[in-house]
Design a protein around this ligand. Structure first.
Ligand code: SAJ
Length: 429
């Protein structure tokens, strides 16, 4: 009883004021900046020296609407500074990458390293939050295992929770604040404390649960989207075989009040959807047949797009294709796991000459061309990512530079009629 009272007192008094955020990527950096402008003392930690330097200079190493301004405010206020390693704080938030390995299992090396790096700094009453997407069981297993090396009693003296990030690249600042948050504690008190922290920055609902439910919920969200996209891609292929336009089929089916089919596209990229569903497969291989098939469909979409492009170019000698957009989706600078890379390579393997244009991506496996050079002498524009800049180009002026006027718009992004009026044969998925 006395202990309960003591705990109650301690809980009521607990209010974090200093947060250490490990990993200053597309989730960690905006989280750190928002915590700082919300009044927390924030230490951002990254293993990359260039990232630390950029952040301290108020520079954003990633393209994300509004982030630079928020970051500069946070740094100028003195509430945010970045460095190479952690230091004592009330809360440690781990937001490091969890990529996939060759064998399609999660690579948890960064989570392991980040957790180990905080062990010497954690003290009684601290909270450790894992935001990175992880296979079910990681928080209770790997993370708790490492943190117990601190000698602190987990759930009693050191609180641990998994609060998966759910923000959509391109809308990170808005979604960080507005989205509901799933807060999975290793015990109820851990969830309660983590909920208290997120209530100070989030306007969405705070939903406390267990760590494993939070891990699964996050994976299921992304697997659900991946399955939905695979269905849309499959519908597009079936429709094409039947001589119909898949997008028109989907648009009409979506007029049913209980149908909401997603958009077909050139494939699924980014560092989330092509990766996270495999963590479910890893947890229960025999039971994840739909998830697995959806992955395979989406992974085969770039080859299908390349095949269809070549069919449009049939009879043209040494065809030349101008790819518009290599980012994994429109208006982001991220080309990680982009379907464009596979499309480009598949086209090359089929004998097409390919050049690619992108107004956002700075790092790509192949050299990017400027738009004039890319379309000059080209037979086909293959639009893969709907960057807003592509809408600025006058179809007539582009067509004049081309050898043949074919537009394969895999996103149905450009105004079809305008391009048709300029003499283009416009093809969609
Ligand atoms: N795509 C389609 N058709 C669609 C929607 C998307 O082909 O109808 C493609 C996109 O072009 C892209 C890929 O899918 O290549 C993924 O894009 P996205 O916008 O669906 O998602 P991400 O990867 O940018 O962000 C997802 C989001 N998850 C969900 O919407 C369930 C985000 O909320 C997560 O926080 C993020 O993954 C993450 O970090 O896990």
């Amino acid at each position: 009883m006395a202990e309960e009272r003591e705990n109650g007192m301690r809980d009521a008094e607990w209010e974090a004021s200093k947060v250490c955020v490990l990993g200053l990527g597309y989730v960690g950096l905006p989280t750190a900046a928002i915590l700082a402008v919300s009044g927390f003392q924030v230490v951002g930690v990254d293993v990359r020296h260039d990232v630390v330097e950029a952040v301290n200079a108020g520079d954003v190493p990633i393209e994300e609407a509004g982030l630079k301004t928020v970051l500069q405010g946070a740094v100028a206020s003195g509430n945010l500074r970045a460095q190479g390693g952690p230091e004592p704080a009330d809360v440690f938030i781990i937001a490091v990458p969890t990529p996939i390995q060759q064998n399609r299992t999660a690579d948890l090396a960064s989570v392991r390293d980040a957790a180990k790096s905080i062990v010497p700094h954690v003290t009684k009453g601290n909270l450790v939050v894992l935001e990175s997407t992880v296979p079910p069981g990681t928080t209770d297993g790997l993370l708790a295992g490492i943190l117990s090396e601190s000698g602190l009693q987990l759930g009693e003296e050191l609180y641990v929770a998994h609060c998966p990030e759910r923000v959509l690249p391109g809308r990170v600042l808005t979604e960080l604040v507005q989205n509901d948050r799933v807060i999975g504690g290793i015990n109820a008190e851990s969830a309660r404390r983590a909920a208290q922290l997120y209530r100070r920055i989030a306007e969405g609902e705070i939903c406390p649960t267990t760590a494993v439910v939070a891990e699964l919920a996050k994976l299921v969200e992304n697997a659900s989207r991946d399955v939905g996209i695979a269905f849309a891609n499959e519908v597009a292929r079936i429709s094409r075989t039947c001589g119909a336009d898949g997008r028109e089929v989907i648009a009409l089916a979506n007029r049913h009040p209980r149908v909401e089919i997603l958009d077909p596209g050139p494939g699924v990229g980014g560092h989330c959807l092509p990766v996270d569903p495999w963590f479910l497969v890893e947890a229960a291989p025999e039971l994840s047949r739909l998830v697995c098939t959806a992955r395979e469909i989406n992974d085969s979409q770039p080859a299908w797009v390349a095949e269809r492009t070549m069919a449009e170019l049939d009879g043209i000698e040494q065809p030349k294709v101008s790819i518009w957009g290599v980012a994994y989706k429109g208006n982001v600078d991220d080309a990680r796991q982009t379907p464009a890379l596979r499309v480009l390579e598949e086209l090359g393997a089929r004998g097409a000459e390919v050049s690619a244009v992108d107004f956002h991506v700075k790092r790509f496996e192949y050299e990017l061309a400027d738009i004039e050079a890319s379309v000059t002498g080209a037979d086909c524009i293959l639009l893969l990512a709907g960057h807003r800049e592509f809408r600025f180009f006058e179809p007539g002026a582009i067509g004049e530079r081309m050898r043949n006027r074919i537009l394969f718009d895999t996103r149905s992004f450009l105004p079809r009629e305008r391009w048709k009026d300029a003499g283009f044969r416009v093809v969609s998925l």
